[in-house]
Design a protein around this ligand. Structure first.
Ligand code: PLP
Length: 441
């Protein structure tokens, strides 16, 4: 019996008791290799001494001071550090407690920016199908995953959704990857034209789509075209790097790979590495100055904005991420993980695609490699893989509805950046066993 309102009413969960590098240990002593960082969170593993020391030191000074009354040293220096390494033009950080909060802040800031700029007709959001931007109502409205939205539809603000950039399934034969990317990026212009350019406020997208597609990066050239369309129509580009940011793809900000800068970027997950709940919304000087020289007040806020314990932990995380060695390591270990996955699963009859960037990888499951037909959703292959993996001492992040919110299965991998070559071997062995068990059942 439990008094906790768990995510699912009938699941029997093990009790996490200790963290040891890439492993979580339960109260029976069983060790689980964390190959997904929970949900791409635990980038430094579960026992990082530098973060622990920073949190202890902060606790001994002050745990909390409301941001309506005070600022704090760790919040100031975390913002400095983030801005120093942020994409060009980004120069202020608004520190919240989760990814959904970061997205809510981004949407409200976009609206207030246009109001203060005298463009009050701009309020519409365009995003992409099969995206996830969080579970609070504004973030859920922006997200394009049909299953997550369906039952809350009457509560959601209006948003329109264009195609994702999902080459494995949606690139036409006879079309190059580049041409495909341009075609789907141009859907943004078509949607802006349909809505009326003066009504559109922002386009929201994940540079590498995580939970809902399974580590799908856009093809080269896609985001450059998106940036051009946003500029030509005077709308803001909001990049959601809650999952793919903070080094996960081998770049501190995932958009570095695409060679573009957003107007607003959201981060969370790896920012606190799981040591504290924290997120951030970073914006351009143009947006910040418009508010600063206008009302001087962003009409938003939460009780735990810039929480000193959270910012002290995140500062210790980001200092390690930007310290010079870890992010290059993500690229090397990410390539190694990709090649080990390809060696093991490249010819697997039920794995159609192995993709991703850095230590952010996805495997898409299919009933038939030739036709790319998915498994019948009633087989719940993704749920069975998760259960079998846990039985085998492996945490991975399988999800269903990859294709349209209903059909399709994938497994997302996002291990800690400290993962070793031997542990990648263990990951592949255990994943192979879990997939075999799920397919056999
Ligand atoms: N945006 C993206 C891309 C995410 O993957 C998530 C969570 O998975 C969120 C936003 C929401 O973050 P949170 O669960 O911290 O509210």
């Amino acid at each position: 019996m439990t008094a906790v309102f768990h995510r699912t009413s009938h699941a029997k969960l093990p009790t996490a008791t200790f963290g040891d590098g890439c492993y979580i240990i339960d109260n029976t002593g069983k060790r689980y290799l964390d190959a997904c960082g929970g949900a791409a969170v635990s980038c430094l593993g579960h026992s990082n001494q530098i973060v622990r020391d920073a949190m202890h030191a902060q606790l001994d000074q002050i745990a909390y001071a409301h941001t309506g009354f005070f600022t704090s040293e760790p919040t100031e220096s975390l913002a400095d550090l983030l801005v120093m390494h942020a994409p060009d033009g980004i120069d202020h950080a608004y520190i919240v407690s989760s990814g959904s909060e970061a997205i809510e802040a981004a949407l409200k800031l976009a609206r207030q920016y246009f109001l203060e700029k005298g463009e009050s007709t701009r309020h519409r959001i365009i995003a992409r199908r099969q995206s996830y931007h969080g579970n609070t109502l504004g973030a859920l409205a922006a997200g394009g995953n049909a299953w997550r939205r369906k039952q809350f539809d009457p509560l959601l603000i209006e948003a329109s959704h264009i195609a994702p950039c999902y080459a494995y399934r949606e690139q036409d034969t006879g079309e190059t990857e580049y041409e495909y990317g341009q075609r789907v990026a141009n859907e943004l212009q078509a949607e802006i034209d349909r809505l009326g350019p003066e009504s559109v406020m922002a386009f929201v997208a994940e540079p590498v789509v995580g939970a809902t597609l399974g580590a799908v990066p856009a093809v080269d050239g896609y985001f450059k075209r998106i940036r051009d369309i946003c500029d030509a129509n005077g709308i803001l580009l909001i990049l959601d790097e809650v999952m793919c940011g903070m080094g996960r793809t081998g770049h501190l900000f995932a958009s570095e790979y695409d060679g573009i800068s957003p107007d607003i970027v959201t981060i969370a997950k790896g920012l606190g590495a799981g040591y504290q709940p924290i997120g951030a919304m970073l914006c351009s000087s143009e947006i910040f100055e418009t508010i600063a020289n206008g009302s001087g007040f962003f009409q938003h806020g939460h009780t735990y904005l810039g929480h000193p314990m959270a910012t002290a932990a995140a500062k210790a995380v980001v200092a390690q991420l930007t310290g010079g060695e870890l992010i290059p390591r993500v690229q090397v270990m990410g390539d190694l993980l990709q090649s080990r996955l390809e060696e093991r699963f490249g010819q697997h009859p039920n794995i159609g695609d192995i993709r991703g960037r850095g230590l952010f990888r996805g495997l898409e499951l299919v009933a038939d490699r030739g036709t790319k037909d998915p498994f019948d959703p009633s087989r719940a292959i993704n749920k069975k893989i998760k259960a079998a993996a846990m039985e085998n001492g492996l945490m991975c992040y399988p999800m269903g509805g990859t294709i349209d919110g209903q059909r399709g299965d994938h497994v997302l991998l996002a291990p800690p950046f400290i993962i070793t070559e031997d542990q990648i071997g263990e990951l592949v062995e255990k994943l192979d066993r879990a997939i075999a068990m799920a397919l056999a059942s």
